[in-house]
Design a protein around this ligand. Structure first.
Ligand SMILES: [Cu+2]
Length: 467
């Protein structure tokens, strides 16, 4: 029988089968608090106890898990448990996560660190943790049934390995994954290089978030775990716009954004105003010869991408998933397109039966962005968030990169909305009538208007194209 003393003393005493054994509940209760960080903010300690400094990552709407050093081993304690996550102001979801939050706290270590993670299960069913992308002993890989027994409710298991590769990783259950990941169980793992690395450049700002998706019916708070495709909440770190932190940087900063995808579909992540390079994946740093500039990079399921760029354009720049349905919040998808449909007469008839009925979408859906429609309790509007010029008509996977020359180094606070210099903003034209070229009515789709030929403006006739 392994005693608590064995677990808490003597680096290297815990190996193989012993490490995978359950710690008794009294032993858990006796674990000292693992605190080097006193508030659950987004930053880890600048100088970790092992004396190897690094620029800590900032987890959007998240935090870094404190650790303690125990005879040269960095010890963490993750607790898998039900949590309540406020996805946006006024909308709370009942999820499963770690240490009070979904996603769980970010684990940050340095290449070469020996890491020991106590994992306590306070869920109603068994779990494990798989350390996605890590080089480790097979018995530490966290696949229930294959590499270890599942961690039953109330039990604590210990994982221990050396963080051999620097990079961006994640952790998640490998036991009833369909349920547990649909409920929000996942977290980030960052391994900083132990010394100057030829392919890993130091950055001024280092952000990280995970992509996740939920299916929560309007008015309810628990995800439907059987959903495979038709999710209605698309989130960064289990938050939806306007509930997602902005990325606040100083003009000229070198910025890294680490994005991981644990949803059921791919997400093309798009940044406005700048080009970036994908400098690394969960497989490691990308060789320089294999990098090319992008403004959108697809993050496929089970992948991580590191984007890097110089933030040299001041402003409030959108950062979002380019799938337009993923910048929307809870909505029904079985809604017919109503653009161009005059349903005033239908509305009149329906209103006789349902007095509060509102016709939607006959001029597009933008009206919805400003609509203060009564919603069921605990439901977030479909599109929301207001900027300095009105409603954004956005929800879900959307936030902003705020680049300011006045932002101090290390200052991650929100500088507010950008004040655009005079003469640099799109403006309303108030001159005379304009005639824009129109596509020719020719039957050949390839034929464009001949150069220099005046384009005839045709009046739409209602049966255009049928000759
Ligand atoms: Cu997406």
């Amino acid at each position: 029988m392994t005693t608590r003393r064995n677990f808490l003393s003597g680096a290297g005493a815990i190996t193989g089968a012993v490490a995978a054994a359950a710690v008794t509940r009294p032993a858990m209760a006796a674990l000292p608090e693992l605190v080097t960080q006193t508030t659950p903010d987004t930053r880890g300690p600048l100088v970790p106890p092992n004396g190897q400094p690094y620029n800590p990552v900032v987890t959007l709407n998240g935090w870094t898990l404190p650790w303690r050093m125990n005879s040269g081993v960095k010890e963490f304690h993750l607790v898998a448990e039900p949590v309540v996550r406020e996805m946006a102001p006024g909308f709370k979801a009942r999820l499963w996560g770690y240490n009070g939050q979904s996603p769980g706290p970010t684990i940050e270590v340095v290449e070469g660190d020996r890491v020991r993670i106590f994992v306590t299960n306070r869920l109603p069913e068994h779990t494990t943790i798989h350390w996605h992308g890590q080089r480790l002993p097979n018995g530490m890989d966290g696949v229930a049934g294959l590499t270890q027994k599942a961690i039953e409710p109330g039990k604590t298991f210990v994982y221990e390995f050396v963080a051999r590769r620097p990079g961006t990783f994640m952790y998640h259950p490998h036991a009833d994954e369909m349920t547990q990941m649909a409920m929000g169980m996942m977290g980030l793992w960052i391994t900083h290089p132990k010394q100057a690395h030829p392919l890993i450049e130091p950055v001024n700002r280092d952000f990280a978030f995970l992509l996740n998706a939920y299916d929560i019916d309007p008015g309810s708070s628990t995800p439907k775990i059987m959903t495979m495709l038709d999710f209605n909440l698309w989130t960064f770190n289990s938050r939806i716009f306007p509930g997602i932190d902005s990325l606040n940087v100083r003009k000229g900063d070198k910025v890294r954004i680490r994005v991981g995808n644990l949803t059921m579909t791919n997400h093309p992540i798009h940044l406005h105003g700048h080009e970036f390079m994908v400098t690394g994946t969960d497989g490691g740093p990308v060789p320089r010869s294999a990098r090319w500039p992008e403004v959108t990079t697809d993050v496929a399921v089970g992948q991580m991408r590191q984007l890097e760029f110089i933030a040299d354009e001041e402003g409030d720049w959108a950062l979002h998933c380019h799938k337009s349905h993923h910048t929307m919040n809870a909505m029904g998808h079985d809604v017919p397109t109503m653009i161009g449909v005059d349903h005033r007469d239908v509305v009149r008839k329906i209103t006789n039966v349902i007095p509060d009925y509102m016709a939607m979408g006959d001029r597009g859906m933008a009206d919805m962005a400003a609509m203060q429609m009564p919603l069921p309790d605990n439901t977030v509007p479909m599109m929301t968030g207001s900027g300095p010029f009105g409603p954004l008509g956005m929800g879900g996977m959307f936030t902003t990169l705020k680049v300011r020359s006045g932002q101090k180094p290390g200052d991650y606070s929100d500088p507010g909305w950008f004040k655009q210099p005079a003469g640099t903003q799109a403006y309303e034209y108030t001159g005379g009538a304009l005639q824009a070229p129109r596509a020719p009515a020719s039957a050949s789709p390839a034929a464009g208007p001949a150069p220099g030929v005046e384009v005839q403006i045709r009046k739409p006739s209602g049966h255009d194209g049928h000759h």
